[in-house]
Ligand binder design. Structure first.
Ligand code: GLP
Length: 247
């Protein structure tokens, strides 16, 4: 692992994905082992998968307990039932929750008749849990963070949003065609995310190299929502060599 100097977000480049996953799992393990309650913010997608597998392995092989840990997922597609093959609830259950012993796992209610009230309830639940200790984040190709698409404001909070065409295209294969991809999602807002005490932003592979560069170099603003992360006092970018190739 090497760290890059002079970047607006402290940036670590790992030799391979397994090393990155272990480093993130080490940091999470140190948090969940504390005698006090821990709150984790979870992302879905291919990027954090190895880290979740590593946590599940530590649970299975070393008995690491998450019994004092509550989780909040970043986002979910509007209207999708929890059992739907592409729901983030199902994905996170299959890849993490069913392999561990979390105290509580929370998602925005995307089936509520009143999505605004459900979004407020989600924010209230984060606050009541004491705020998020560590938020895991990925990056969309267009700079989205969670589902804060280009145009999202710095002070945005949990809300229902329209998905960007690139986001729906990226999801089309998993959904078996673009026409099956929901048009909307509920996402934590930029301000919600920036309130987490630590942000760990992951990017892997050459597909992410351009947006990693933009995240660090574009002028801060809603055109590239990931640029807002630079303002956080404890943010780190964790990359593999391919994602760091344009830096
Ligand atoms: C999705 C999620 C994000 C995720 C991003 C990247 O749209 N809403 O939270 O970080 O896309 O996904 P992947 O890691 O599969 O590239």
């Amino acid at each position: 692992m090497r760290s890059l100097s002079g970047t607006p977000i402290p940036t670590l480049v790992f030799d391979d994905r397994a090393e990155l996953a272990r480093a993130l799992a080490d940091e999470i393990e140190a948090l969940v082992r504390r005698p006090t309650a821990t709150v984790l913010g979870l992302a879905t997608g291919s990027t954090p998968l190895d880290a979740y597998r590593e946590l599940a392995r530590r649970r299975r092989e070393a008995g690491l307990s998450f019994a004092r840990t509550t989780t909040f997922n970043l986002d979910e597609f509007v209207g999708l039932p929890a059992a739907h093959a592409q729901s983030f609830r199902r994905w996170t259950r299959e890849h993490l929750f069913q392999h561990a012993d979390f105290a509580r796992t929370c998602f925005p209610d995307v089936e509520a008749a009143d999505l605004e009230a459900a979004a407020r309830a989600f924010e209230d639940a984060i606050r009541a849990a004491g705020g998020i200790d560590l938020q895991i984040l990925g990056l969309g190709r267009n700079g989205h963070v969670a589902f804060n698409e280009p145009g999202s404001a710095r002070d945005s909070r949990t809300r229902a949003v329209e998905l960007h065409p690139w986001t729906r295209e990226d999801a089309a294969r998993d959904f078996g065609g673009l026409e099956h991809v929901p048009l909307r999602a509920v996402t934590m807002g930029v301000a919600t995310i920036l309130e987490a005490r630590r942000l760990r932003v992951l990017a892997l592979g050459s597909r992410k190299a351009a947006i990693v560069r933009e995240t660090l170099r574009a002028s801060e603003g809603p055109d590239v929502p990931s640029t807002f992360l630079r303002a956080h006092p404890d943010v780190r970018l964790l990359l593999d060599g391919e994602a760091a190739a344009l830096l």
